[in-house]
Design a protein around this ligand. Structure first.
Ligand SMILES: Nc1ncnc2c1ncn2[C@@H]1O[C@H](COP(=O)(O)OP(=O)(O)O)[C@@H](O)[C@H]1O
Ligand SMILES: [Mg+2]
Length: 158
């Protein structure tokens, strides 16, 4: 039997420094093949969290939002990381047309903003992170959705 959502926890992120700390924690746990969905409204901090992950991995260049390019590839710390943003998709089939299926393989780590826009076609998430804007700061709701996701989040939940 599958035990789904075995690991689920929230983190209050008071300020961007807290977002950066969460990014560093996640960066240390990334494994090839991992798929992370980043959910939440515009401005919630999906790109900021991705930037924090990349910085923690040692990437020093500019981390641009892939809003227009749809994908930004990174090679850092022996990892192939792809940062997607599907906000501009009007229909999930645009994901197929864009030819992104091959990016989701056992060697690559995929971080996906607006996965809802490719719903039903995108490979499922190992880890889903929902960022919610608070009066002050953000709330991060973090869920493992596969065994691989559970391994990633092990010992982070408390
Ligand atoms: N924990 C936090 N508290 C307050 N502001 C934050 C926090 N984390 C990130 N931010 C800010 O929120 C904004 C998030 O923007 P961005 O990452 O582009 O959002 P998204 O990609 O979700 O649309 C940035 O201006 C960033 O500095
Ligand atoms: Mg963004």
């Amino acid at each position: 039997m599958h035990r789904r959502n075995h690991i689920q926890f929230t983190r209050y992120l008071r300020d961007e420094a807290a977002t950066n700390a969460l990014g560093a924690e996640l960066a240390a746990r990334l494994e090839p093949g991992l798929i992370i969905y980043l959910c939440g409204d515009l401005g919630a901090g999906k790109t900021a969290l991705t930037r924090a992950i990349l910085r923690a991995l040692g990437f020093v260049g500019k981390v641009k939002s892939p809003t227009y390019t749809l994908v930004e590839p990174y090679e850092v710390s022996r990892l192939n990381l792809y940062h997607f943003d599907f906000y501009r998709f009007n229909d999930p089939h645009e994901w197929l047309d864009a030819g992104f299926r091959d990016y989701f393989n056992a060697e690559s780590i995929c971080l996906v903003e607006w996965p809802e826009k490719a719903d039903g076609l995108l490979p499922p998430a190992d880890v889903r992170i929902l960022l919610e804007i608070q009066d002050v700061g953000r709330m991060a709701d973090i869920t493992a959705e596969t065994k691989k996701g559970e391994q990633c989040l092990q010992r982070m939940a408390q």
